[in-house]
Design a protein around this ligand. Structure first.
Ligand code: ADE
Length: 304
């Protein structure tokens, strides 16, 4: 399995975890900080109606060696029955700074912090999106729910990508094993919203991730301008927008978030990158490797 442990051992592990406090609640269920021996762990408790997301996330973590500094590290999964109620747990590393969304709401960023956050997210996405052959290999994976709430901030200032409940490999796409659950409407690409996306084509899902990544980069660059946090399309779409709300904004009006009005070359470079990556035409959007190389160049030229 993905944690390298047989299921029986994982069961034992889950029984040894003590839940300490709830650090997140959402449509998915809850996230708790727990302790295991002397270690902090995160326990995501799924609503039983969302068993499909627990199954997919457990499957992705278990069949693929997903060990990367910018991907949330998996410890184990557990399904138990408590007074005739199914409990679904996913146990991972714990990150005390919480999600990027919470972090951006609390803090302004320096340009250096901004670049480290952007680079580390892209590095994680590049690893996910890449097919690696050989015994230590992995298939290419599309995430399908990239957003600032699904990215965690590590104490070293880098980020890691979490929540693989919607993730797909090429095999899932070919075998039509797509979840009934949808991604977050605010971050849906134009081709998903106008239903022109080729749902048979794995690469189309990677293009959707890159669109959502551009919106996250916008959130992060805004944090570096010292303005208060806003979600993408805050001035154009209501809270919890409908599919139709987002289709009107993104497809009919062709609107995109307002890039930072700054003349610093790093900000100008990021603005150009965002524009390419949220382009209406998915084929214009850059692959993760090209985004990473562009960010590395911008970071290397930023000496102040
Ligand atoms: N919120 C969601 N997942 C988390 C984790 N692994 N650590 C800290 N906060 C989280």
């Amino acid at each position: 399995s993905g944690s390298g442990l047989p299921l029986m051992v994982q069961r034992t592990l889950a029984k040894q975890v003590t839940l300490i406090d709830c650090v997140g609640k959402g449509r998915y269920g809850e996230v708790w900080r727990g302790s295991w021996c002397a270690d902090s762990v995160a326990v995501k408790i799924f609503f039983s109606r969302d068993e499909a997301s627990w199954r997919r996330e457990t499957e992705v973590y278990s069949t693929v060696l997903l060990r990367h500094e910018n991907i949330l590290a998996y410890i184990g999964s557990d399904m138990t029955s408590r007074n005739s109620c199914t409990q679904l747990w996913l146990i991972t590393h714990f990150h005390p700074l919480g999600s990027l969304y919470e972090y951006l709401n609390r803090s302004a960023l320096s340009r250096h912090q901004m670049m480290l956050i952007c680079l580390s997210i892209v590095n994680g996405l590049l690893h996910l999106h890449t097919d690696i052959h050989g015994t230590q290999g992995k298939p290419a994976i599309a995430h399908r729910d990239i957003k600032s709430k699904n990215i965690l901030v590590k104490v070293n200032g880098e980020c890691c990508i979490a929540d693989f409940g919607l993730a797909v490999t090429r095999r899932h796409v070919q075998q039509h094993q797509l979840s009934a659950r949808q991604g977050t409407k605010r971050y849906m690409s134009p081709e998903m919203l106008d239903q022109s996306m080729n749902v048979q084509c794995f690469d189309a899902y990677r293009k959707c991730d890159v669109y959502a990544l551009a919106l996250v980069v916008w959130e992060v660059t805004r944090g570096a301008t010292g303005r208060e946090y806003r979600p993408p399309y805050h001035e154009l779409a209501p809270q919890d927008p409908s599919f139709e709300d987002m289709r009107k904004v993104v497809c009919v009006d062709g609107a995109r978030p307002e890039p930072p009005q700054e003349t610093h070359p790093t900000m100008v470079g990021l603005t150009n990158l965002m524009r390419e990556c949220w382009h209406q035409n998915p084929s214009v959007r850059l692959p993760a490797l090209r985004i990473k190389k562009t960010l590395l160049k911008l970071a290397a030229n930023d000496n102040s």
